[in-house]
Ligand binder design. Structure first.
Ligand code: TRP
Length: 330
């Protein structure tokens, strides 16, 4: 049996280089290794912390273009929309009966949100996010879930739910495993936080050459002006060196050597912008081609149809195991 992969993103904006090294790269590898791939566009999760939905549909299309531009192939990877697979919502309701609020409250995302909103101001949807994401994973009976480190508690929650469900109703699910990227975490251009859409510190896969040049030029450095790798003393420059390394075929040592004795960051930064642009060029080309040639709507309809079929198979097992099949009625 081919192993099954489930992963995905919220349609809240464009994908950036952090997504690439943290997750997309993995997905492309797994896709070419022949795994059975499902890619969720988690539109329901968008609602956990906002009710402004005017950009969601546009963002879904942008996300698909981002996927196609990096080489995700809709013939090999089923891209689907979470809200249109009602089986996921059904499973979420059942799973929500198998956890207590104390356990859910321990989820670090929930804890952070409790702090950020001063207690009772988070939506019930946000509070139960880990259970909802567990439903996404379990409905596909996914073996592997390639995610960033921040998502690990959700996978742990999913594993707990598997044990609880199987214990109470019989073996239906198997425990999914998280798959972390081997690449070290990429910080944003501020070198303070990880690269993120909301912090204005990201280079997007869809950025133009000029935008990349400008962003690198204004990236935070230090006043010491030597290109050395020292995460403690020179976190900003080290992060830029890391970026250089990740998007070129040069090792960190080789990069440092190249700029030995150079007394300004100007040349290093210009070269870094070139490295990133060289990496992004084929991605930009594929995006342009996809915009012209691909039928985004059809990709989403086909992927969603496949997702419905697969999750319905799981739900039939779930209803049967729970004695909610009601064969005498339906
Ligand atoms: N929470 C993920 C994100 O913020 C998106 C997501 C939703 C997901 N359901 C999932 C990822 C299931 C992996 C598996 O990007």
């Amino acid at each position: 049996m081919k192993k099954r992969i489930l992963t995905g993103d919220r349609p809240t904006g464009s994908l950036h280089l952090g997504h690439y090294v943290g997750s997309l790269q993995n997905r492309i590898q797994l896709q070419s290794d022949g795994y059975e791939m499902f890619n969720i566009i988690a539109d329901l999760q968008v609602l956990t912390d906002r009710l402004d939905t005017k950009d969601v549909e546009k963002n879904i299309r942008e996300l698909v273009l981002d996927y196609l531009s990096v080489g995700i192939d809709p013939k090999k990877t089923n891209i689907f929309i979470q809200s249109r697979v009602s089986q996921l919502s059904e499973l979420f309701v059942y799973l929500s009966m198998l956890v207590n609020v104390g356990r859910v409250g321990q989820n670090p995302t929930v804890k952070e949100e409790t702090k950020a909103t001063g207690g009772g101001n988070m939506s019930l949807g946000m509070f139960s996010l880990g259970v909802s994401q567990s439903a996404d994973i379990l409905a596909f009976n996914a073996d592997l879930v390639p995610v960033g480190e921040d998502q690990l508690p959700h996978i742990e929650q999913a594993r707990d739910l598997v044990r609880s469900f199987n214990h109470n109703f019989g073996d239906v699910f198997r425990e999914p495993e998280a798959m972390l990227s081997k690449t070290p975490r990429l910080l944003g251009l501020d070198a303070q936080n990880k690269m993120s859409k909301s912090r204005g510190n990201a280079i997007f896969l869809s950025d133009t050459k000029e935008v990349v040049e400008k962003k690198i030029k204004t990236a935070v450095t230090d006043s010491d002006s030597s290109v050395r790798y020292d995460e403690e003393k020179k976190p900003e420059v080290s992060n830029l060196i890391m970026m250089y390394h990740l998007f070129s075929d040069m090792s960190i040592d080789e990069i440092v050597k190249k700029y030995e004795g150079v007394k300004s960051y100007k040349e290093f930064k210009e070269d870094l912008a070139e490295v990133i642009n060289k990496f992004l060029d084929p991605i930009r080309e594929r995006r342009e081609q996809a915009e012209k040639e691909e039928d985004i709507a059809r990709i989403l309809r086909d992927g969603t149809q496949r997702a419905i079929e697969e999750t319905e198979k799981t739900m039939q097992k779930v209803r049967k195991a729970m004695k909610y099949e009601y064969r005498s009625i339906f």
